[in-house]
Design a protein around this ligand. Structure first.
Ligand code: FB9
Length: 276
Protein backbone atom coordinates (compact mmCIF):
# COMPACT_ATOMS: atom_id res chain seq x y z
CA UNK A 1 0.00 0.00 0.00
CA UNK A 2 1.63 3.17 -0.97
CA UNK A 3 0.37 6.51 -2.13
CA UNK A 4 2.80 5.85 -5.00
CA UNK A 5 0.57 3.05 -6.24
CA UNK A 6 -2.51 5.27 -6.09
CA UNK A 7 -0.51 8.02 -7.82
CA UNK A 8 0.36 5.61 -10.63
CA UNK A 9 -3.28 4.63 -10.97
CA UNK A 10 -4.46 8.24 -11.33
CA UNK A 11 -1.53 9.02 -13.65
CA UNK A 12 -2.30 6.13 -16.00
CA UNK A 13 -6.02 6.95 -15.80
CA UNK A 14 -5.41 10.46 -17.20
CA UNK A 15 -3.03 9.15 -19.87
CA UNK A 16 -5.63 6.58 -20.89
CA UNK A 17 -8.14 9.41 -21.27
CA UNK A 18 -5.49 11.18 -23.43
CA UNK A 19 -4.81 14.06 -21.02
CA UNK A 20 -1.44 15.85 -21.02
CA UNK A 21 0.40 16.49 -17.75
CA UNK A 22 1.05 20.12 -16.71
CA UNK A 23 4.48 21.04 -15.34
CA UNK A 24 4.05 21.55 -11.55
CA UNK A 25 7.67 21.82 -10.42
CA UNK A 26 7.25 25.09 -8.50
CA UNK A 27 5.88 24.92 -4.96
CA UNK A 28 6.33 28.70 -4.58
CA UNK A 29 3.88 30.79 -6.58
CA UNK A 30 3.12 34.51 -6.71
CA UNK A 31 -0.25 35.55 -5.28
CA UNK A 32 -0.94 36.80 -8.83
CA UNK A 33 -1.03 33.28 -10.37
CA UNK A 34 -2.31 31.55 -7.19
CA UNK A 35 -5.22 33.98 -6.60
CA UNK A 36 -5.60 37.12 -8.80
CA UNK A 37 -5.68 35.39 -12.21
CA UNK A 38 -8.32 33.04 -10.71
CA UNK A 39 -10.50 36.10 -9.87
CA UNK A 40 -10.01 35.56 -6.12
CA UNK A 41 -10.43 39.06 -4.60
CA UNK A 42 -7.50 40.41 -2.56
CA UNK A 43 -9.57 40.58 0.66
CA UNK A 44 -10.78 36.96 0.29
CA UNK A 45 -10.21 35.07 3.60
CA UNK A 46 -8.22 32.33 1.76
CA UNK A 47 -5.60 35.00 1.10
CA UNK A 48 -4.65 35.68 4.68
CA UNK A 49 -1.98 33.90 6.66
CA UNK A 50 -4.62 31.79 8.45
CA UNK A 51 -5.03 29.74 5.30
CA UNK A 52 -1.93 30.50 3.22
CA UNK A 53 1.83 30.22 3.88
CA UNK A 54 3.49 33.53 2.80
CA UNK A 55 7.19 33.49 1.90
CA UNK A 56 9.40 35.92 3.90
CA UNK A 57 12.41 35.89 1.55
CA UNK A 58 11.94 36.56 -1.35
CA UNK A 59 8.70 38.18 -0.15
CA UNK A 60 7.80 39.62 -3.55
CA UNK A 61 7.82 38.10 -7.06
CA UNK A 62 8.97 40.01 -10.17
CA UNK A 63 8.58 39.55 -13.91
CA UNK A 64 4.85 39.63 -14.62
CA UNK A 65 3.22 39.92 -18.07
CA UNK A 66 2.40 43.63 -17.54
CA UNK A 67 -0.30 43.91 -20.21
CA UNK A 68 -2.12 40.86 -18.80
CA UNK A 69 -1.67 42.07 -15.21
CA UNK A 70 -3.43 45.34 -16.16
CA UNK A 71 -6.37 43.37 -17.53
CA UNK A 72 -6.56 41.33 -14.30
CA UNK A 73 -6.44 44.59 -12.27
CA UNK A 74 -9.30 46.03 -14.36
CA UNK A 75 -11.58 42.98 -14.12
CA UNK A 76 -11.11 42.92 -10.31
CA UNK A 77 -11.57 46.67 -9.72
CA UNK A 78 -14.00 47.73 -12.50
CA UNK A 79 -15.26 44.51 -14.12
CA UNK A 80 -15.66 44.07 -17.89
CA UNK A 81 -16.74 41.19 -20.20
CA UNK A 82 -20.27 41.67 -18.84
CA UNK A 83 -19.09 41.45 -15.20
CA UNK A 84 -19.22 44.28 -12.63
CA UNK A 85 -16.04 42.93 -11.00
CA UNK A 86 -15.49 43.46 -7.27
CA UNK A 87 -15.34 47.30 -7.28
CA UNK A 88 -12.30 47.57 -4.95
CA UNK A 89 -8.85 49.14 -5.27
CA UNK A 90 -6.67 46.27 -6.56
CA UNK A 91 -3.07 46.50 -5.29
CA UNK A 92 -0.05 45.32 -7.33
CA UNK A 93 1.96 44.76 -4.11
CA UNK A 94 -0.64 42.24 -2.87
CA UNK A 95 -0.37 40.26 -6.14
CA UNK A 96 3.43 40.21 -5.89
CA UNK A 97 3.45 38.40 -2.52
CA UNK A 98 5.05 34.94 -2.82
CA UNK A 99 3.15 32.01 -1.29
CA UNK A 100 3.39 28.23 -1.05
CA UNK A 101 0.77 27.35 -3.69
CA UNK A 102 -2.58 26.45 -2.10
CA UNK A 103 -3.79 24.55 -5.19
CA UNK A 104 -2.50 23.28 -8.52
CA UNK A 105 -5.25 25.39 -10.08
CA UNK A 106 -2.51 28.10 -10.10
CA UNK A 107 -0.67 25.92 -12.62
CA UNK A 108 -3.86 25.57 -14.70
CA UNK A 109 -4.11 29.39 -14.82
CA UNK A 110 -0.52 29.66 -16.09
CA UNK A 111 -1.10 26.97 -18.72
CA UNK A 112 -4.36 28.50 -20.01
CA UNK A 113 -2.67 31.94 -20.28
CA UNK A 114 0.27 30.48 -22.22
CA UNK A 115 -2.11 28.59 -24.53
CA UNK A 116 -4.12 31.78 -25.13
CA UNK A 117 -0.91 33.65 -26.02
CA UNK A 118 0.39 30.87 -28.29
CA UNK A 119 -2.87 30.29 -30.12
CA UNK A 120 -3.82 33.79 -31.22
CA UNK A 121 -4.88 32.28 -34.59
CA UNK A 122 -7.49 29.75 -33.49
CA UNK A 123 -7.62 27.79 -30.21
CA UNK A 124 -6.96 24.02 -30.32
CA UNK A 125 -8.98 22.20 -27.59
CA UNK A 126 -6.82 20.69 -24.80
CA UNK A 127 -7.14 18.15 -21.94
CA UNK A 128 -4.66 18.78 -19.12
CA UNK A 129 -3.99 17.31 -15.67
CA UNK A 130 -1.75 17.89 -12.67
CA UNK A 131 -0.92 15.84 -9.59
CA UNK A 132 1.37 17.49 -7.07
CA UNK A 133 1.79 18.93 -3.59
CA UNK A 134 -0.16 21.94 -2.37
CA UNK A 135 0.07 23.70 1.00
CA UNK A 136 -2.65 25.09 3.26
CA UNK A 137 -2.10 26.68 6.66
CA UNK A 138 -5.14 24.82 8.03
CA UNK A 139 -5.98 23.43 11.44
CA UNK A 140 -4.48 19.98 11.50
CA UNK A 141 -6.88 17.10 12.21
CA UNK A 142 -7.14 13.37 11.46
CA UNK A 143 -7.76 13.97 7.76
CA UNK A 144 -5.92 17.27 7.16
CA UNK A 145 -2.18 18.02 7.18
CA UNK A 146 -0.65 21.36 6.14
CA UNK A 147 -0.08 19.83 2.71
CA UNK A 148 -1.70 17.29 0.43
CA UNK A 149 -1.37 16.10 -3.15
CA UNK A 150 -3.98 17.69 -5.40
CA UNK A 151 -5.23 15.93 -8.50
CA UNK A 152 -6.71 18.30 -11.11
CA UNK A 153 -8.26 17.78 -14.53
CA UNK A 154 -8.91 20.60 -17.04
CA UNK A 155 -10.74 20.43 -20.41
CA UNK A 156 -10.81 23.52 -22.68
CA UNK A 157 -13.00 23.37 -25.80
CA UNK A 158 -15.68 25.24 -27.76
CA UNK A 159 -19.05 25.71 -26.00
CA UNK A 160 -18.58 23.15 -23.22
CA UNK A 161 -21.52 22.97 -20.80
CA UNK A 162 -22.18 21.83 -17.21
CA UNK A 163 -23.51 18.64 -18.79
CA UNK A 164 -20.08 18.05 -20.40
CA UNK A 165 -18.49 18.48 -16.95
CA UNK A 166 -20.87 15.89 -15.44
CA UNK A 167 -20.09 13.55 -18.34
CA UNK A 168 -16.32 13.91 -17.92
CA UNK A 169 -16.65 13.33 -14.15
CA UNK A 170 -18.65 10.14 -14.80
CA UNK A 171 -15.97 8.92 -17.25
CA UNK A 172 -13.19 9.79 -14.77
CA UNK A 173 -14.68 8.09 -11.71
CA UNK A 174 -15.94 5.12 -13.75
CA UNK A 175 -12.26 4.34 -14.40
CA UNK A 176 -11.91 4.11 -10.61
CA UNK A 177 -14.81 1.71 -10.36
CA UNK A 178 -17.16 4.44 -9.13
CA UNK A 179 -20.47 4.45 -11.02
CA UNK A 180 -22.97 6.26 -8.78
CA UNK A 181 -22.24 10.01 -8.49
CA UNK A 182 -24.26 12.88 -7.06
CA UNK A 183 -23.55 16.57 -7.74
CA UNK A 184 -24.19 19.27 -5.13
CA UNK A 185 -24.10 22.99 -5.99
CA UNK A 186 -21.01 24.65 -4.43
CA UNK A 187 -19.04 27.91 -4.63
CA UNK A 188 -15.49 28.71 -5.78
CA UNK A 189 -14.34 32.28 -6.67
CA UNK A 190 -12.97 30.95 -10.00
CA UNK A 191 -15.83 28.73 -11.22
CA UNK A 192 -19.50 29.42 -11.85
CA UNK A 193 -21.41 27.09 -11.69
CA UNK A 194 -19.49 24.93 -9.19
CA UNK A 195 -20.32 21.44 -7.90
CA UNK A 196 -19.15 19.17 -5.12
CA UNK A 197 -19.05 15.55 -6.29
CA UNK A 198 -20.26 12.68 -4.08
CA UNK A 199 -20.13 8.90 -4.57
CA UNK A 200 -21.87 6.17 -2.57
CA UNK A 201 -19.26 4.11 -0.71
CA UNK A 202 -20.62 0.57 -0.16
CA UNK A 203 -18.06 -0.23 2.55
CA UNK A 204 -18.79 2.93 4.55
CA UNK A 205 -22.51 2.66 3.68
CA UNK A 206 -22.60 6.43 3.05
CA UNK A 207 -22.16 9.15 0.41
CA UNK A 208 -18.53 10.38 0.40
CA UNK A 209 -17.38 13.74 -1.07
CA UNK A 210 -14.96 12.69 -3.81
CA UNK A 211 -14.08 16.11 -5.18
CA UNK A 212 -14.98 19.61 -6.32
CA UNK A 213 -15.49 21.01 -9.83
CA UNK A 214 -16.81 23.83 -11.97
CA UNK A 215 -16.77 25.95 -15.14
CA UNK A 216 -14.02 28.62 -15.04
CA UNK A 217 -15.46 32.16 -14.96
CA UNK A 218 -15.18 34.52 -17.97
CA UNK A 219 -13.54 37.03 -15.58
CA UNK A 220 -10.67 34.48 -15.39
CA UNK A 221 -10.52 33.35 -19.04
CA UNK A 222 -11.23 36.46 -21.15
CA UNK A 223 -8.46 38.69 -19.70
CA UNK A 224 -6.09 35.84 -20.74
CA UNK A 225 -7.11 36.42 -24.37
CA UNK A 226 -9.03 33.15 -24.77
CA UNK A 227 -11.75 33.29 -27.49
CA UNK A 228 -15.30 34.08 -26.19
CA UNK A 229 -16.70 30.68 -27.30
CA UNK A 230 -14.02 28.69 -25.48
CA UNK A 231 -15.21 27.34 -22.12
CA UNK A 232 -13.04 25.49 -19.63
CA UNK A 233 -14.34 22.83 -17.22
CA UNK A 234 -12.19 21.55 -14.34
CA UNK A 235 -12.28 19.36 -11.25
CA UNK A 236 -10.06 18.49 -8.32
CA UNK A 237 -9.58 15.94 -5.57
CA UNK A 238 -6.80 14.76 -3.30
CA UNK A 239 -4.50 11.74 -3.54
CA UNK A 240 -4.58 11.08 0.20
CA UNK A 241 -8.35 10.71 0.63
CA UNK A 242 -8.82 7.84 -1.86
CA UNK A 243 -5.73 6.13 -0.39
CA UNK A 244 -7.12 6.43 3.15
CA UNK A 245 -10.56 5.18 2.11
CA UNK A 246 -9.08 2.37 0.03
CA UNK A 247 -6.98 1.11 2.95
CA UNK A 248 -9.42 1.92 5.72
CA UNK A 249 -7.05 4.43 7.28
CA UNK A 250 -8.84 7.01 9.42
CA UNK A 251 -5.82 9.05 10.54
CA UNK A 252 -3.74 10.64 7.77
CA UNK A 253 -0.64 10.35 10.03
CA UNK A 254 -0.75 6.61 9.45
CA UNK A 255 -0.46 7.30 5.70
CA UNK A 256 2.22 9.99 5.53
CA UNK A 257 4.77 11.16 8.00
CA UNK A 258 7.13 9.66 10.57
CA UNK A 259 4.43 7.71 12.40
CA UNK A 260 3.57 5.31 9.57
CA UNK A 261 3.94 1.67 10.46
CA UNK A 262 6.56 0.45 7.96
CA UNK A 263 5.69 -3.20 8.72
CA UNK A 264 2.17 -2.54 7.42
CA UNK A 265 3.74 -1.07 4.28
CA UNK A 266 5.84 -4.21 3.73
CA UNK A 267 2.98 -6.61 4.58
CA UNK A 268 0.29 -4.97 2.45
CA UNK A 269 -0.10 -6.62 -0.96
CA UNK A 270 0.03 -4.32 -3.96
CA UNK A 271 -3.58 -3.98 -5.03
CA UNK A 272 -5.51 -2.23 -7.77
CA UNK A 273 -8.57 0.00 -7.58
CA UNK A 274 -11.06 -1.97 -9.70
CA UNK A 275 -10.65 -0.74 -13.28
CA UNK A 276 -13.63 -1.15 -15.64
O1 FB9 B 1 -10.41 14.04 -2.49
C1 FB9 B 1 -11.47 14.17 -1.90
N1 FB9 B 1 -12.30 13.13 -1.59
C2 FB9 B 1 -12.13 11.81 -2.10
C3 FB9 B 1 -11.64 11.56 -3.36
C4 FB9 B 1 -11.60 10.21 -3.85
C5 FB9 B 1 -12.02 9.19 -3.02
O2 FB9 B 1 -11.99 7.89 -3.39
C6 FB9 B 1 -11.71 7.52 -4.70
C7 FB9 B 1 -12.07 6.74 -5.62
C8 FB9 B 1 -11.49 6.03 -4.69
C9 FB9 B 1 -12.51 9.45 -1.75
C10 FB9 B 1 -12.56 10.76 -1.27
N2 FB9 B 1 -11.91 15.43 -1.51
C11 FB9 B 1 -11.22 16.60 -1.95
C12 FB9 B 1 -13.20 15.63 -0.77
C13 FB9 B 1 -13.02 15.77 0.70
O3 FB9 B 1 -12.12 14.83 1.16
C14 FB9 B 1 -12.59 17.18 1.20
O4 FB9 B 1 -12.99 17.24 2.53
C15 FB9 B 1 -11.12 17.44 1.26
N3 FB9 B 1 -10.65 17.95 0.04
C16 FB9 B 1 -9.34 18.56 -0.01
C17 FB9 B 1 -9.24 20.01 0.25
O5 FB9 B 1 -9.41 20.18 1.62
C18 FB9 B 1 -9.29 21.43 1.99
C19 FB9 B 1 -10.19 17.00 -0.99
C20 FB9 B 1 -9.18 18.05 -1.36
C21 FB9 B 1 -9.59 18.91 -2.52
C22 FB9 B 1 -10.71 19.70 -2.54
C23 FB9 B 1 -11.03 20.44 -3.69
C24 FB9 B 1 -10.20 20.39 -4.81
C25 FB9 B 1 -9.06 19.61 -4.78
C26 FB9 B 1 -8.75 18.86 -3.64
C27 FB9 B 1 -10.54 21.13 -5.99
C28 FB9 B 1 -10.84 21.72 -6.95
C29 FB9 B 1 -11.20 22.43 -8.15
C30 FB9 B 1 -12.49 22.95 -8.29
C31 FB9 B 1 -12.84 23.62 -9.47
C32 FB9 B 1 -11.89 23.77 -10.49
C33 FB9 B 1 -10.60 23.25 -10.34
C34 FB9 B 1 -10.26 22.58 -9.15
Amino acid sequence: MSPLLILTIFFSLFLTLRFTEMKTNNYIESSFWNFDTLFVPQQHPARDEHDTFFIKDPMYAQGFPEEYMDKVKTVHSQGGFGSQGYQYEWKREEAQKNVLRTHTTAVSARMLYQLAQQQKDGFKPVKLFSIDRVFRNETLDATHLAEFNQIEGVVADYNLTLGDLMGVLHAFFKKLGIEKLRFKPAYNPYTEPSMEVFSYHEGLQKWVEVGNSGVFRPEMLLPMGLPEDISVIAWGLSLERPTMIKYGIDNIRELVGHKINLQMVYDNPICQLTQS
